[in-house]
Design a protein. Sequence first.
Lengths: 113, 256
Amino acid sequence: MHELSVCGSIAGIVRKRAADRRVTRIHVRVGQLRQIVPDTLAYNWQLVVAETPLDGSVLEIEHIPGRLTCRDCRSESEIGDFPLFLCHSCNSYNVEVTAGEELLVVALDLLEA
Amino acid sequence: MGRFHRHSDGVVHAHDHGSDDEHHHGDHSGYATATERVEVLERIFDENDRTAAENRADFAAHGICTVNLMSSPGAGKTTLLRETLRRLAAEVRVGVVEGDIQTSLDADRLEGFGAAIALVNTGDGFGGECHLDAPMVRSALPRLPLDALDLIIIENVGNLVCPAEFDVGEHARAMVYAITEGEDKPLKYPVMFRSVDLVLVNKMDLLPHLDFDLVLFRANLRQVNPTAEVIEISARTGLRVDAWCDWLRARVAANR
């Protein structure tokens, strides 16, 4: 639901890093636990950049599945599509999230000047 | 008009599908003009988190403890706040940052209890925000007498998704959960329930009229947040609101 403000933040980062160069693609990494719907993010990107110098740029979204490490038995588990913070080996809920909270702009593709 | 779509590799993107003859699905290297890839690796919430750190520093400089209060719409945040101010305002100097998408209705309900209230309408701009972020909270601070406060309660926008994502500079997070919402909510909104230090289980006065299973709710909560404190309350009848006020007093005392 906060995809619009996330797009605004992405646009701010892109403008700062690209300076006046033409941006063709923005590579972003979004963890499963950031509660962002990729299609909604891509759609909102169009709204945010419409009629700006970023109009026509492509948002490429890399989805990172959630993973966790058990604090009791140290084994690793997937969090799964329906998020469960449960160790698959020993059924402990005493777990630490090790992936899935990413939310970053990884790289920009800029037209050669 | 651009379109967005998902490729088989899970990548979703938006771009023009006009008369772009250079574009072929499955091959995104075929742009007519050469591009240069520049590594950025910048966290998207960096700016929010920098502002949150500024807020936190200001709170520390004034010796203020700050609690971010979150819930779904209608769980009882404002009623609880009113009962909290009624009990606390004589001994603890309280400020309230009141987030509301469109109206001042909630802020109006809190007038007259001796607390300083700063309203942040999040409805300005593009569609209205569903949460408070650190810059919004920062914008409210000049309207609060920071030198004369011990505690700021930030009443976030009613929403179980977005507010969990934004650090606003608070010292602790509490949420109001109403038993009318059903036992499954911790499993459906695990990010919110995981992010809080305290869950206030509200509307306990309605328990005799509902099929609500408190044991199941607590088990579901433990699945996503094994360490959160839980206080069962009724903001309407005042049941155990004093226990919540004690929790706030302890936070304020620890912050001094």
